[in-house]
Ligand binder design. Structure first.
Ligand code: ADP
Ligand code: AMP
Length: 215
């Protein structure tokens, strides 16, 4: 089973995707995480992506599709994939369709987390993450036990550069202009698109997602 966790930045895709992957053994494929890892490792791809990410713009489709193709070719993808933060353009959605077809598989559903802009801005202003193990917290709603220290691994928590308010506004604009139209693409293609109210406690949202994927 392959599905997309869709929604604006801050909607909870990473949080929910990590839980689904852990509970039901999916591979979580987050293009944002992959780009940040490339950046941290100082690879050519990371360096290329950096200026787009810092500005809150999308990284070019060819770069993203190349990355996704590599992961999808790995055996880990066969158990089923939850796509997080991908596809973000209609061209990426078309590319994913071709890729899945070549692999003899398909997309089962698009699960959309709906959250109001003001709540997104608030969530992203409070988001901190551990660069060491990837755990994500929120200073307001889900703080670590000890300030700035990861509960899981003791790493020092950091705020993402692109979670500053001006960049967040730009990312929300880019979402509306370039990413939201992907939903119409899937509706036209006959892929089931389910909307889920994302402004509820994490476990409630998780239960509804699980129900939609028949778990
Ligand atoms: P996305 O991956 O869609 O950008 P995240 O999963 O990183 O979003 O969540 C953004 C921020 O909001 C994080 O700080 C996270 O802890 C917090 N968060 C996630 N889900 C919820 C929720 N249901 N209620 C309140 N805060 C949440
Ligand atoms: P995310 O972690 O999903 O919020 O992504 C952070 C940033 O990485 C985005 O603002 C983009 O600059 C870039 N990015 C992540 N995924 C994609 C994608 N599928 N297409 C284009 N850019 C992406």
């Amino acid at each position: 089973m392959n599905f997309i966790l869709f929604g604006p930045p801050g909607a909870g895709k990473g949080t929910q995707g990590a839980l689904l992957a852990e509970r039901f053994d999916f591979l979580r494929l987050s293009t944002g995480d992959m780009l940040r890892e490339a950046l941290a490792a100082g690879t050519q791809l990371g360096l290329e992506a950096r200026k787009f990410m810092a500005a809150g713009e999308l990284v070019p489709d060819t770069v993203i599709l190349g990355m996704v193709r590599d992961v999808m070719a790995s055996p880990a993808a066969r158990a089923g994939v939850v796509f997080d933060g991908f596809p973000r353009t209609t061209a990426q959605a078309e590319g994913l369709g071709d890729l899945l077809r070549d692999l003899g598989t398909k997309l089962d559903a698009v699960l959309v987390l709906d959250v109001e802009d003001e709540e997104l801005v608030r969530r992203l202003a409070g988001r901190v993450a551990c660069p060491n193990c990837g755990a994500v917290y929120n200073r307001f709603t889900d703080p670590p036990r000890s300030e700035d220290t990861c509960d899981r691994c003791g790493g020092t928590l950091v705020q993402r550069e692109d979670d500053r308010e001006d960049t967040v506004r730009r990312r929300l604009h880019v979402y509306r202009e370039q990413t939201a139209p992907v939903l119409a693409f899937y509706e036209a293609a006959g892929v089931p698109v389910h909307h889920i109210a994302g402004d509820r406690p994490v476990e409630e949202v998780q239960r509804e997602l699980a129900r939609h994927i028949g778990r």
